[in-house]
Ligand binder design. Sequence first.
Ligand code: NAD
Length: 407
Amino acid sequence: MKFIEASKHYFDQAAKALDLGERLKRQLSTPQREIKVELTVPLDSGEIATFVGYRVQHDSSRGPMKGGIRYHPCVDEDEVTALASLMTWKTAVVDLPYGGAKGGVNCDPRQLSQNELQRLTRVLTDRMQDVIGPYRDIPAPDMGTNAQTMAWIVDQYSNYHGWSPAVITGKPVELGGSLGREAATGRGCLYALEALLADQRRSIEGITVAVQGFGNVGSWAARLMAEQGARIVAVSDVTGATYNADGLDMAALVEHVQKTRGVINFKGGEVLKAEEILTCPCEVLVPAALEEQLTEVNAKDVQAKIIVEGANGPTTPEADETFRRRGITVIPDIFANAGGVTVSYFEWVQNIQQYRWSEERVNQELRARMTQAWADLKGAAKNARDLREAAFMLAVSRVAKATLLRS
Ligand code: NAD
């Protein structure tokens, strides 16, 4: 099953288990607002290019909507809609006072210069400035966008509304971004794993871990887990994979990737075929690259006993079935990678308070949120077949309750 269909499948399952009823089910599955805009942008060559941008605002019953902006050639209405609903469930699982939204522009950012990207982003903000806002919908970075993109958005939005840093998160620290935001999603993966291990009366010390993807999420997850004593035995990225049964030297690997832009040819490990990262010997697997990586084809060969979903949608529902049958625990994306949106929430809180928190406080509050959400998840898991089903039931019931109270 494709990622786009899977999020609807999990929602339908939860709605059935919670006996939501047709009216509420339709209300929660229908986006509140879908926006499609034409973006006309002068290129450096003098030509005029036209792009299509989307913003889907899925649900705001628990607070203003929250979700990233993606610049990618595959962006379309269906993808943005699926990702928007996933944000509603993710913010609800970790009990942030937010709903869910997502946006994107169908473009290839690697083919655009910085000036072209800036013009595109400012035109997008012109088109969206009346539907986003600190108490309406708060975008953030996603694939193909970064802190610089957020800086252009806050600047352009502020031309209309006065200085408004809380309109967007993932900003550079100089413009009101939060300390700790860069590492937050990987750190959240660490806290999620530690919570599960604590329940099993185990520590992370000496646990073997394989990580697919060495970008923002994967590299921070690997580094922070290694700092706590885990042995990172394998890491992959788009260039290839590297394996060392004794544990990869994280500091040396990070330096190698900074210098060469990939994990391939790392001297401290043996070469592994890229796809073997998912089935190599390890106790914990962290898919932190792309969706639909663990499928009915490879799920039977996975050796890990715990999967921490750093990426969005890395496991198909068919693979989930296999993992359930084989007794492999999957910590689902809407909880495991919620560290990023949680620290985005802290950024918004700091912007509204006009008061900066220390990095130590950010990390402490993140741990507290993740730990509480884990306790809530375990409570929900008593009535579910696995943690993903529990996470969806927890999220959907919270959103349903808020919706009913407001109607
Ligand atoms: P990123 O662009 O920083 O890193 C992606 C990594 O995946 C890169 O190392 C890339 O080389 C690697 N990769 C790409 N194709 C690959 C392949 N076929 N095999 C192995 N590796 C491959 O992206 P990111 O921000 O780290 O996001 C990764 C995933 O986590 C995405 O699914 C994203 O939606 C999700 N996510 C990110 C955040 C965040 O805060 N960054 C928050 C929640 C979820």
